[in-house]
Design a protein around this ligand. Structure first.
Ligand SMILES: *Cc1c(COP(=O)(O)O)cnc(C)c1O
Length: 483
């Protein structure tokens, strides 16, 4: 497919703007005006439309295909939530419009939505208060780690490090380090979960806390989480819950009840906001009562007369983590999703997510090694080590799946599983879709038995075939030079 610049011809235009009658320099500082035209492509409107419609058709999305990307939770996003986010009363407001205390009523609905979403997320997590400010899961982690640091600073405790399981998402150690902590990795046991003994062995008086994901990145519920929380609390450490896998336990159990003090949720994973390609997301952070004072500003409060306002008067706050009020559009979708599903519907989400993952795990068991014995939660991790020994690695299996019309699972994560393939079907898929995916995986396994070398060429059905990753890094050429 040609670039839109290659379709350009001088003088071709879509809409023609009326002639300017006032010189631009009357309104815009002349130093900011272009000396030359912007060099935009010149194409008629129909060519613009075709160009972008055809580009979009080359895209792979949840709306077109099954997307079992483990840990990322690429679930279907109900269109009703999109409609809510597109309502002019939400989509067209400006963050600088006055709140009530400045004399306006223009954003009361938006503030109420933020307030009520925070309340519902507090209820689901068992936390005392939730801040909707952070704009991604990793951003929530950083916010949470800063809150942990602020808590210890306030108490005058010298705390140097945070404990993190070796199966953790890479953002966990990165966030802890950015907040000024050293990271101590705790090895998973043979069953793929945390041993209280291993945590106890690493625990010191200057342990600031522990970050855990539950269910963990192997898709396993941590059975000893309560005992581990008690250990960490015994040195006044705080427990951080990475809620990226919250969709596995939604409506069934609460991080606060497991002993966690701080948690983030990925609204774009658990609460059905479209994501991929880097965003936008939202990573609200919830805290227990004793950490409330450290939450970022602003906070939405409900005043005595039933109106809502933004509160900045928080002396112990860690400060601002996002401009204005976080990713508001994502929160609107979540609000709609929560109200649409209700308590029973949310429980059903986790029930089905777990059922679907176990269905796939059982069907694939004869063909792959499972990363852990027994059942999984909302995702399963299998290893392609046997196939790699025959000459087709997890990478080759993933690429071959693309030729069968499926997005590959997450691969080589968690890093503790060799040749890992991490499959998360989510709750929204039908049994027929799950069967079709399993059949696709089995066909790939059969192809490996016949000729593993052939998989090295995959994918062969896509507009762009397999990229030479070494060349892409060493001889990068992304420049387009207009003729
Ligand atoms: C996705 C994910 C994160 C990071 O969340 P982002 O929203 O992508 O920043 C952290 N931990 C786990 C386990 C995840 O799956």
């Amino acid at each position: 497919m040609k670039l839109i610049y290659e379709k350009s011809a001088p003088g071709r235009q879509a809409a023609r703007a009326p002639c300017r009658t006032v010189p631009l320099k009357n309104y815009i500082d002349s130093r900011l005006l272009r000396a030359q035209p912007a060099g935009l492509p010149e194409v008629p409107e129909i060519e613009v439309v075709r160009h972008f419609v055809n580009l979009s058709r080359m895209n792979y999305s949840v709306d077109t295909h099954f997307y079992p990307l483990g840990s990322c939770t690429m679930k279907y996003n109900p269109k009703a939530c999109e409609a809510a986010a597109g309502l002019p009363g939400f989509a067209d407001i400006h963050p600088l419009w006055p709140q009530l205390r400045h004399g306006g009523m223009l954003v009361q609905g938006a503030l109420r939505l933020l307030y009520e979403t925070g309340k519902m997320l507090s209820e689901l997590t068992g936390m005392a208060e939730v801040s909707l400010q952070p704009m991604a899961g990793a951003h929530g982690e950083l916010t949470g780690a800063m809150i942990i640091a602020a808590y210890h600073r306030k108490r005058g405790s010298r705390k140097t490090h945070i404990l993190i399981p070796d199966s953790a998402h890479g953002t966990n150690p990165a966030s802890a380090a950015l907040a000024g902590f050293e990271v101590v990795a705790i090895p998973s046991n043979a069953d793929g979960v945390m041993d209280p003994a291993a945590v106890g062995a690493a625990l010191k008086p200057d342990t600031a806390g522990m970050m855990m994901t539950n269910p963990n990145t192997l898709g396993l519920f941590e059975p000893n989480v309560k005992a581990i929380s008690e250990l960490v609390h015994s040195v006044d450490g705080l427990m951080y819950y990475d809620g990226a896998n919250f969709n596995a336990i939604l409506g069934r159990c609460k991080p606060a009840d497991m002993g966690f003090d701080v948690c983030h949720l990925n609204l774009h994973k658990t609460f059905a906001t479209p994501h991929g390609g880097g965003g936008p997301g939202a990573g609200p952070v919830g805290v227990v009562e004793k950490l409330r004072a450290f939450l970022p500003i602003s906070r939405v409060i409900k005043t005595g007369d039933g109106t809502y306002s933004l509160d900045y008067d928080q002396p112990d706050t860690i400060g601002y983590v996002a401009p204005f009020y976080g990713n508001f559009g994502v929160v609107v979708r979540t609000y709609a999703y929560l109200l649409m599903l209700g308590r029973e519907g949310l429980r059903d989400v986790s029930n089905r997510a777990v059922l679907n993952a176990n269905y796939i795990l059982e069907k694939l068991r004869p063909y792959f090694d499972s990363a852990a014995p027994g059942r999984c939660m909302h995702e399963c991790v299998i290893s392609a080590r046997r196939h790699a020994a025959k000459g087709a690695r997890a990478l080759d299996i993933s690429k071959a799946l693309i030729d069968k019309g499926f997005h590959p699972p997450t691969m080589y994560f968690p890093a503790i599983v060799p040749e890992a393939l991490m499959i998360e079907p989510t709750e929204t898929e039908t049994r027929e879709t799950l069967d079709a995916f399993v059949d696709g995986m089995i066909e790939v396994v059969r192809a490996i038995e016949i000729d593993p070398e052939r998989l090295h060429a995959a994918p062969v059905t896509t507009p762009v075939g397999r990229v030479d990753e070494v060349a892409a890094a060493r001889a990068l050429d992304i420049a387009f030079s207009a003729k």
